[in-house]
Write a new protein. Structure first.
Lengths: 112, 117
């Protein structure tokens, strides 16, 4: 049962343009949604989060949007930079203790 | 502040052998997690410790996997005997607080890549 889904395994974007990564979830009990970024041979690092009571959270070039009625969230990166090239995981928290439920990840490639 | 440390970084074993991974969380972090990340998938929680007690091990294959966190600091995860499908990256994470009403950021180590031949 995949409660958090990232349907796009990869995305390629030109430097300076917007990157939009999408995530869908099925469990309406999640309290927080998070995006993690992962470089090869490193562990995931926290990028940005949003509470289920908000619909937008912005941090510099990164903005996360939450649409609860559609059970959908997205991460916008503007402008995209080559250093943003990584695998991005969507994760959700709160339906069951401290457990994070991760999506399968989207590999972002930002072309110079 | 030092991050989450894991060793070894890479391990290759044959099926039916045993293997152990070690994790040292960030100092003062009460909660420690072990995740399994199979290629092409997201990390999946295997076990969560609160200090030296187990909070959640519902997805740990207990017939072959075991974990302990003696003294509530570092932790070891063991697989005995290993199967081909255990090939994955094993990630350790820690967070500063106990289970509660709000999310506490989890900090991940670099992981141990296990290959079972």
């Amino acid at each position: 049962d995949q409660q958090v889904k990232q349907n796009s395994p990869s995305l390629s974007v030109q430097e300076g343009r917007i990157s939009i990564l999408n995530c869908d979830y099925t469990n309406s009990m999640f309290d927080y949604f998070l995006w993690y970024k992962k470089y090869p041979a490193e562990g995931p690092t926290f990028l940005i989060s949003i509470s289920s009571i908000k619909d937008k959270n912005e941090d510099g070039r990164f903005t996360v949007f939450l649409n609860k009625s559609a059970k959908h969230l997205s991460l916008h990166i503007v402008p995209s930079q080559p250093g943003d090239s990584a695998v991005y995981f969507c994760a959700a928290w709160g339906s069951s203790g401290d457990k994070l439920t991760f999506g399968t990840g989207t590999r972002l490639a930002v072309r110079p | 502040e030092a991050g989450v440390a894991q060793s070894p970084r890479y391990k290759i074993i044959e099926k039916r052998q045993s293997v152990a991974f070690w994790c040292n969380p960030i100092s003062g972090h009460a909660t420690l997690y072990w995740y399994q990340q199979i290629l092409g998938q997201g990390p999946k929680l295997l076990i969560q410790f609160q200090n030296n007690g187990v909070v959640d091990d519902s997805q740990l294959p207990k017939d072959r996997f075991s974990a302990e966190r003696l003294k509530g600091v570092d932790s070891t995860l063991k697989i005995q005997p290993a199967k081909l499908e255990d090939s994955a990256v094993y990630l350790c994470a820690s967070s500063p607080s106990s289970a509660g009403a709000s999310y506490n950021e989890q900090f991940f180590g670099p992981g141990t890549r296990l290959t079972v031949l």
